[in-house]
Design a protein around this ligand. Structure first.
Ligand SMILES: Nc1nc2c(ncn2[C@@H]2O[C@H](COP(=O)(O)OP(=O)(O)OP(=O)(O)O)[C@@H](O)[C@H]2O)c(=O)[nH]1
Ligand SMILES: [Mg+2]
Length: 391
């Protein structure tokens, strides 16, 4: 599957940069292209210059709203981010359309944080505009939810998250929810942490996108997972995860005959990798609430057997009994056994629901406060009228 990836705002841009790196890896290691174009769009010039892999000319790092913000961002006001995106979306879409391999694109992936201003406001607007222009291509969002400390200390964050999620949900074909808090590692600095988090966010997409693009016979699975399967799986609120199980250093010392013990150990490795993928899902959720699921197993060809596929299928079926499950295998030459999992069309995600509830409370509180402010102002106004003015 080939994506056009558009990162909006600082967080979105950095993760899009990570996807650009993913494509470099796919090219270098596998001779495949999985990204037809990677772009970073921002109101903030300095943020754009901090990227590494997205080409540094203005056709891939796109500045919007320069007149309104002077190139300094929108300072968390996501209404302004939305307004700027509406004004400049034609220019952004035109730039994307001019990419050399644009015609090969299967879908769009727009990435942003929900808690900031530029990305949070621009992501639903850009999604809507792209959908209007390209009715036959799905448009997905990957939305990053803030760390807990950001929510506690700043009410605006709650408001931004709720308005961004609601608006994106109305227009995007599916939304990958990524919760920063799930990736917190206590022992490292925040910058290092963010870079690490971004790598972890992009990683599950690597095999997922490569599998359907393989041309070499020996890497083509018994059941290929291609763009069609992925598109059919992705609807509404979505989460994904990736797990890996180490391949033992000392493989069968006694030639090629694979006995039942080895098969059993492969099944065990598979379930271990699947466990890891589920426990590391990008947002906490109840798999019972998902209506669609997908899993991809990537492993050395000799380790992929029927028992393993069956075992993983049963595991997911028990976990998400209401879901339509799609699956595939991706034989590799060597390396670990890896499992990628997607749960989609989630009817409930507690964290999202909580954001909506908190925002509603916040808005009514704000209204009350504003009314309070109006009365005090009126009080001052009354006393002020007897004071002489110098103007
Ligand atoms: N995972 C991840 N989260 C990030 C990154 N950078 C910022 N964030 C999160 O994104 C939110 C802040 O949004 P930004 O993307 O910086 O904001 P913006 O879209 O550039 O908007 P403005 O700066 O307000 O114009 C916070 O919740 C941060 O924790 C990043 O590189 N990775
Ligand atoms: Mg910014």
């Amino acid at each position: 599957m080939k994506l056009v990836v558009v990162g909006l705002g600082q967080c979105g841009g950095r993760i899009a940069d990570e996807f650009a790196r993913l494509n470099k890896r796919a090219r270098g290691l596998r001779g495949l292209d999985i990204i037809t174009g990677a772009y970073a769009v921002n109101t903030d010039l300095a943020d754009l210059s901090g990227l590494h892999t997205i080409r540094s000319d203005f056709s891939q790092r796109i500045v919007i709203g320069k007149k309104k913000t002077g190139g300094h961002g929108v300072g968390k006001i996501n209404e302004l981010g939305a307004e700027i995106a509406r004004e400049d979306s034609d220019m952004v879409i035109e730039t994307i359309r001019n990419t050399e391999h644009f015609a090969d694109t299967d879908a769009f992936l727009l990435i942003a944080s929900a808690g900031g201003g530029t990305g949070s406001g621009a992501v639903p607007v850009m999604t809507q505009q792209i959908k209007e222009r390209y009715v036959d291509k799905p448009v997905y969002n990957l939305i990053v939810l803030p760390f807990e400390h950001e929510v506690i200390t700043e009410d605006r964050t709650i408001y931004n998250v709720a308005t961004c999620l609601k608006s994106s949900y109305l227009v995007a074909d599916a939304i990958f929810l990524v919760d920063n808090q799930r990736y917190v590692m206590k022992d490292s600095s925040l910058t290092h942490n963010l870079a690490k988090i971004n790598t972890t966010i992009a990683q599950p997409f690597f095999n997922l996108l490569c599998a359907g693009e393989e041309k070499k016979q020996r890497f083509i699975g018994a059941k290929i997972l291609d763009a069609g399967d992925i598109i059919q799986t992705l609807v509404g609120w979505t989460t994904l995860g990736h797990g890996r199980s180490q391949t033992p250093m000392f493989k069968s010392l006694f030639g090629g005959n694979r006995n039942f013990r080895e098969k059993a150990s492969e099944t065990q490795k598979g379930t271990h990798a699947l466990d890891e993928a589920i426990s590391g899902l990008s947002i906490r959720c109840n798999p019972l609430d998902s209506k669609r699921a997908l899993y991809l197993i990537s492993a050395p060809a000799r380790e992929i057997n029927v028992d393993l596929i069956k075992e993983l299928g049963t595991y997911i079926k028990n976990m998400a009994p209401e879901a339509i499950i799609r699956s595939g295998d991706y034989p590799r030459e060597k390396g670990n056994m890896e499992v990628t999992v997607i749960l989609s069309e989630m009817s409930d995600v507690e964290k999202v629901r909580n954001y909506f509830t908190k925002a509603i409370n916040l808005i009514s509180e704000l209204k009350k406060r504003q009314e309070g402010v109006v009365t005090t102002q009126r009080g001052i106004d009354i006393t002020i009228k007897d004071i002489p003015s110098l103007l």
